[in-house]
Design a protein around this ligand. Structure first.
Ligand code: ADP
Ligand code: MG
Length: 483
């Protein structure tokens, strides 16, 4: 990173304070290049390595430019997977927390009606997968006339055959007068040319290798017969003894099989692939994010964009289908300046393929010898101890941001004709409390939630026990976690 700080951009105070709380003091290289141009409303095609902070590179300008008073969505962000939509929504919500920016995620296999209800409220930023976004557009539950920013994350994936039809349909439905930004760690030349069709004089930004971020992941491969892979996996995990590890397989069936085998050996593990129920998928990602288990067995559905702190090892149990996928899978480790290790299992006939990947990715992927028997034996005890121990839960980067925030629950909502201004009017009159201390307000039919910021929650809670809103005293208490 460098000596510039986020205060050097013309960003408003609530955004800078949120970044501070998240521990983002210095912009990364890609953020340095993107933020000023995005604030200038240029169309951008951006290629920057995995883990370099691309989400905030678009998230910061999107939150900065959003007009809080406007109820309709002003930015639409497209992602290839549901888990990534959820993660990007979280990042936007964190960056915009103190400006009270509301972000909504929409994706398939989740209640349409619930998403519709959320979209009906203030929703400044919508993050979604193309299919479900299109559904909402077609059913007129996602108004687009105020959208000023379109972001396509993982752009090369989004413009491939599987998605392009849907993405084009969305593009046609959006206002012409908008900013379009594309991001990926891999943007092959022909895809960049394709991008030009959707953009106005786009600026192409490439961050070759962020000095402070590059070279942090060691890449190795083993040549191994298909039948020996599982034995090798055991030896490798014993020797590496990772805190957090992702293991990629080629198909859903192979994920299932490997997961079952690891589970029977009592590895603390989880699995994710596209054939699972959505609630199970989100659940397993959340548990892995919190550090509840150490090994996640996955298909490529978890290869793109997923950001989990301190994944120290990525294993390609099966060779990825192409060089781009290699980059994305292994990019789950060695993020944000941390170091990582990537190990790929290659069958003898696949050796030329990994060598091609090495050339086209310009990474150094070196051939390694199997861990020697005595090393495996020597390290076995420490390994056993770690897989049996309860892992330490991981702190989340938004914890400090949320620390000063108390969510209050009021027994009363739309049916009592209560509006956000009624809360703001009453709460801001409390001694020692200002309008700036009031965060996101969520008014449902019968109840309402109000975030109180800056540690003023207890004060407001006490005062509101006797204060009236629209002439009524509403029952108030601290909301339960997760409400
Ligand atoms: P990319 O999309 O480029 O792969 P992400 O946007 O997922 O990368 O960011 C990778 C990690 O870097 C995230 O954990 C994020 O919280 C962190 N990060 C982003 N910007 C900064 C910053 N300016 N300072 C410190 N950490 C940052
Ligand atoms: Mg990303």
């Amino acid at each position: 990173m460098n000596n510039r700080t986020f205060r050097d951009f013309s960003l408003s105070d609530p955004i800078v304070r949120a970044l501070d709380a998240l521990g983002y003091t210095h912009p990364t290289e890609v953020q340095n290049k993107v933020i000023p141009r995005a604030l200038d409303k240029s169309d951008l095609a951006v290629r920057a390595q995995t883990g370099s902070g691309k989400t905030a590179a678009f998230g910061i300008p999107v939150c900065e430019m959003a007009d809080w008073a406007e109820n309709k969505p002003q930015a639409l962000i497209l992602t290839p997977t549901r888990e990534l939509a959820e993660q990007v929504k979280e990042e936007i919500a964190n960056i915009g927390r103190l400006k009270r920016i509301r972000a909504t995620a929409v994706y398939g296999q989740q209640s349409f009606a619930r998403q519709q209800a959320e979209l009906k409220q203030k929703s400044h930023v919508v993050v979604g997968t193309p299919g479900r976004v299109l559904d909402h557009i077609e059913r007129q539950t996602l108004p687009l006339e105020r959208v000023k920013y379109l972001v396509i994350d993982e752009a090369d994936e989004m413009l491939n055959l599987g998605f392009i039809g849907q993405v084009e349909a969305i593009l046609h439905a959006l206002p012409e007068d908008r900013v379009t930004m594309l991001f990926s760690a891999t943007l092959p030349r022909d895809v960049e040319d394709l991008c030009d069709r959707y953009m106005k004089k786009p600026i192409h930004i490439q961050v070759e290798a962020d000095e402070s971020l590059s070279g942090r992941t060691d890449h190795h491969f083993f040549v191994v017969g298909q039948d020996e892979k599982f034995d090798l996996l055991q030896d490798v995990t014993v020797v590496e003894n990772p805190d957090s590890c992702m293991i990629f397989c080629q198909t859903q069936e192979r994920v299932e099989t490997l997961y079952t085998k690891l589970e029977s050996l009592r590895y603390p593990c989880g699995k994710i692939h596209g054939g699972m129920e959505q609630t199970d998928r989100l659940n397993v990602m959340n548990r892995f994010r919190r550090g509840e288990f150490r090994y996640l067995v996955a298909t490529d559905v978890a290869a793109r964009g997923i950001d989990i702190e301190n994944i120290t090892l990525v294993i390609n149990y099966d060779l990825p289908a192409n060089a781009e996928r290699y980059v994305h899978r292994t990019g789950r480790t060695g993020r944000a300046g941390k170091s990582g290790k990537a190990i790929t299992f290659v069958t003898p006939s696949e050796q030329t393929l990994i060598e091609e990947m090495e050339r086209s990715t310009e990474l150094e992927i070196s051939k390694a010898e199997f861990p020697p028997r005595d090393e495996v034996m020597r390290k076995k005890a420490a390994f056993e101890e770690k897989i049996r121990a309860q892992p330490m839960p991981k702190a989340h980067k938004s914890d400090p941001l949320n620390r000063g925030i108390m969510k209050l629950y009021f027994h009363g909502g739309k049916k009592k004709k209560i509006r956000a201004v009624d809360f703001v009017g009453t709460i801001a009159k409390i001694d020692g409390v200002e309008a700036d201390d009031i965060g996101i307000i969520n008014i449902l039919d019968h109840v309402s939630y109000v975030d109180i910021l800056n540690g003023k929650g207890p004060l407001v809670l006490q005062a509101m026990k006797n204060a009236t809103i629209k002439g009524k005293v509403l029952k108030v208490q601290e909301a339960q976690k997760g409400e």
